[in-house]
Write a protein that binds this ligand. Structure first.
Ligand SMILES: Cc1ncc(COP(=O)(O)O)c(C=O)c1O
Length: 386
């Protein structure tokens, strides 16, 4: 009765089972996997957000498939503040960045075509692609004290069915930023292969420092057909308001935009209140963004300080984002370490294999976690993995 592509293995894994048991038993959990900023003890301008969401225009409905002009102008303004000039006509609003991916898969891929995705990476790509009958092929990120794109693995993964290369910058969970030199290589590969770049910048506002080698936002990249993704779930810490966007640039962008308009028109999925409020939401959320920036940086440095040189643990260098990668001893599997941490210390972390790390030996912790929980959780990890 059901489609083959929804034939998922839905059994909870051992870690999820133990977590449920612990929670049902009323045991306190030090949850270091939080990715929802609304559950991480940040101070939101609650009244002001409520006010901008209850404007009279929120009750009107005159949809524009690519998003209300005022909202697209607000997105253009977001880029202008970064000295990037984007025409509102290059922008398509979506109900989330995840939805932006599905629009792009429909735009670029026939059933059975493929897109290249980074490994490690956050696991949603495979599901998003599969639901649109698209295959994912992994290319590798390589760590030698900092993370790099392994271009030979991109070349090896390219086939005649490849339609796009997906890059996440800064990357989840490694924190790698795309460098200008790497973008130049990607442009050249994309042009030679006649394919598009999809650059996910949802964590772009969360760098730990400045690095002159970094590529500026690809919203201004005209050297190949490029789709730059972002949204307010990370940039404003407002995932519940459901708004993302695509900026199309480079040769072929105008035809792409016409087709994207038809795709968006089929769903009209972005709600009016969030579009009407967007300009003010982007301004109001500056304080939330600043709190997230400061916390993620502090937690990253705190984590590094907690690890002595003789510890069996180490923290992989990161440049930004909301996560940190902890290297752990290979004496047990990642899942065994994660289960032991949860059982013995009540600390919940994700094993690296959730994020498609190709070898054993990593745990991922969320830098978004509320400070008290983060410090206690990290203390327990350091104590247990001696
Ligand atoms: C790299 C990356 N892209 C996109 C998303 C999804 O963003 P949205 O909430 O806008 O769908 C996430 C969510 O964690 C993410 O990590």
């Amino acid at each position: 009765m059901f489609s083959a592509r929804t034939n998922w293995h839905l059994q909870p894994n051992n870690l999820a089972q133990l977590l449920a048991e612990k929670k049902n038993g009323g045991n306190p959990i030090l949850d270091l996997t939080i990715s929802n900023p609304l559950q991480a003890a940040f101070a939101y301008p609650v009244e002001a957000i409520r006010n901008v969401l209850s404007k009279p225009a929120s009750i009107s409905y005159s949809p524009d498939p690519i998003g209300l002009l005022s909202a697209r102008e607000a997105v253009a303004q977001y880029y202008l503040a970064k000295h990037i000039v984007v025409d509102p006509l290059q922008i398509v609003l979506t109900a989330s960045t995840s939805e932006a991916y599905t629009f792009l898969f429909k735009l670029l891929c026939n059933a059975g075509d493929s897109v290249l995705v980074p490994a490690p990476s956050y696991p949603l790509f495979e599901h998003l692609a599969q639901l649109d009958h698209v295959e994912t092929k992994a290319y590798q990120l390589r760590y030698d004290g900092e993370w790099h794109i392994d271009f030979s693995s991109i070349r090896n993964a390219l086939t005649s069915s490849t339609k796009a290369i997906i890059v996440v910058s800064p990357h989840n969970p490694t924190g790698m930023f795309l460098k200008a030199e790497e973008l130049a290589m990607l442009n050249s590969i994309a042009n030679n292969a006649g394919i598009a770049l999809i650059i996910d910048e949802v964590f772009a506002d969360y760098g730990f420092d400045d690095d002159a080698r970094r590529a500026e936002s690809t919203a201004a990249n005209n050297s190949s057909l490029t789709f730059t993704l972002n949204g307010i779930s990370k940039s404003c810490g407002l995932p519940q308001l459901k708004l993302g966007w695509i900026v199309a640039s480079g040769e072929g962008a105008s035809e792409a935009l016409q087709r994207l308009e038809m795709i968006a028109d089929t769903y009209l999925s972005v709600n009016t209140p969030v579009q009407v409020a967007l300009a003010e939401l982007l301004e109001l959320s500056a304080t939330v963004r600043a709190q997230i920036q400061s916390r993620t940086r502090q937690h990253y440095h705190f984590l590094k300080q907690q690890i002595d040189t003789d510890s069996p643990l180490s923290i992989l260098n990161a440049e930004g984002g909301w996560s940190a990668v902890v290297r752990i001893p290979n004496t047990k599997s990642e899942e065994e370490w994660a289960i032991e941490l949860l059982r013995e210390s009540g600390v919940y972390v994700h094993p690296g294999y959730f994020f498609e790390f190709s070898t054993n030996g990593y745990l991922i912790v969320s830098l978004l976690t509320a400070p008290e929980i983060f410090r206690r959780g990290v203390g327990e990890i350091v104590k247990l993995i001696r």
